[in-house]
Ligand binder design. Structure first.
Ligand code: ATP
Length: 325
């Protein structure tokens, strides 16, 4: 990891264009689970090993404007357009108890991805706090935060290195047997075994090119190797064929068992199973509860249920048909 963090940290200190640097870091943090370049506070506290509680306390957030990000590099600050970005989260407050699965749903732009990014400190809350195992993420040691949280997004990134090297980002020093076990759990062992160089196969643009679903399963194998107690998952599966999607679902079921999960949910099966569904709209939680209750309430969730979930059928199972005379 030092090999990777060294150059990235150096790069993050070049503040020429921090916003565009963030864009490329976005992809890297998917592998490392935290954004490289964030700094640890002096006297930071370790999150207790295996901590599973995740809390948002009255969290407000607006994205930093380009001006704010590059302010430090400019001499003439007065010339700046100081327009602020609009608030994106406005008082988000919830708790995920250890082992629970909480689903975040809401219309496009509601703030679901932003919420998930505050846990892994891609950004920090503007007001309020995010706590993992009772420790504010801004006061936590980076090692303990990195160990506790695992992130799986729609676009999992693989480095142009061997499969084994890609997996060892999750657990440096993992043995071949441990890697095979994780690959089996992630439903991708047969594929890797069929490649001529097995674990030593080089992947990426100039190497073996995994499909979207295969890359996602490699990301899940990383998660299984790392064993984080809290998983942040963006579940979008729209670009996968149905066979690949079924394999990803099986792999995810293995990865989430016994862990706390915050899932940006796109599947009906996920919201039905969730211990709690949070419905976000324009940066606020407008409804919360379990699936049948929220459907019965007939609000925004009921509407999303009809229109948004990838595997949803028309609204019938929970509602008796009304037969007009
Ligand atoms: P989707 O389902 O479409 O992914 P979402 O609920 O995940 O949407 P977010 O991606 O969290 O929503 O976006 C919330 C709001 O923040 C949107 O209005 C979006 O335009 C804005 N936003 C997202 N990223 C940035 C950024 N880097 N700078 C400024 N505004 C941003």
């Amino acid at each position: 990891l030092t090999r990777l963090y060294g150059p990235l940290t150096a790069l993050s200190n070049v503040r020429v264009d921090v916003m565009s640097a963030l864009v490329s870091f976005d992809r890297v943090f998917e592998v490392l689970d935290l954004r490289p370049g964030i700094e640890e506070k002096p006297g930071a506290a370790a999150i207790p090993h295996g901590a599973g509680r995740l809390e948002f306390r009255d969290v407000h957030f607006r994205y930093p404007s380009a001006d704010e990000v590059s302010l430090a590099t400019l001499e003439d600050v007065s010339a700046l357009d100081r327009t602020e970005n609009a608030p994106v989260l406005r008082g988000v407050d919830f708790t995920v108890e250890p082992g629970q699965m909480v689903a975040l749903v809401g219309p496009s732009g509601a703030g679901k991805s932003t919420t998930s990014m505050l846990v892994s400190r891609v950004y920090d809350a503007t007001e309020g706090s995010v706590l993992v195992g009772g420790v504010d993420v801004r006061d936590a040691t980076l090692d303990s935060l990195r160990d506790t949280i695992g992130v799986v997004t729609q676009d999992s990134h693989l480095f142009h290195e061997t499969i084994a090297e890609n997996l060892r980002y999750a657990r440096p020093g993992a043995t071949d047997e441990q890697m095979w076990e994780a690959l089996r759990g992630a439903q991708v062992a047969d594929l890797v075994r069929s490649l001529p160089d097995g674990l030593d196969t080089v992947v990426g643009e100039r190497g073996y090119r995994f499909s979207g679903g295969e890359k996602q399963r490699i990301a899940i194998a990383r998660l299984l190797l790392k064993q984080p107690s809290i998983v942040i998952l963006d579940e979008a599966t729209a670009h996968l064929d149905s066979e690949s999607e079924a394999a990803v679902q099986r792999a995810l079921a293995a990865a989430l068992t016994g862990r706390t999960a915050l899932v940006i949910a796109h599947r009906l099966s996920t919201v039905r199973e969730a211990d709690l569904i949070l419905v976000l709209d324009d940066g606020r939680i407008v409804e919360r509860g379990r699936h049948p209750d929220l459907v019965a309430a007939g609000g925004l969730y009921a509407e999303l249920y009809r229109t948004q979930f990838a595997d949803s059928t028309p609204l019938t199972p929970d509602v008796e048909p009304v037969i007009l005379p």
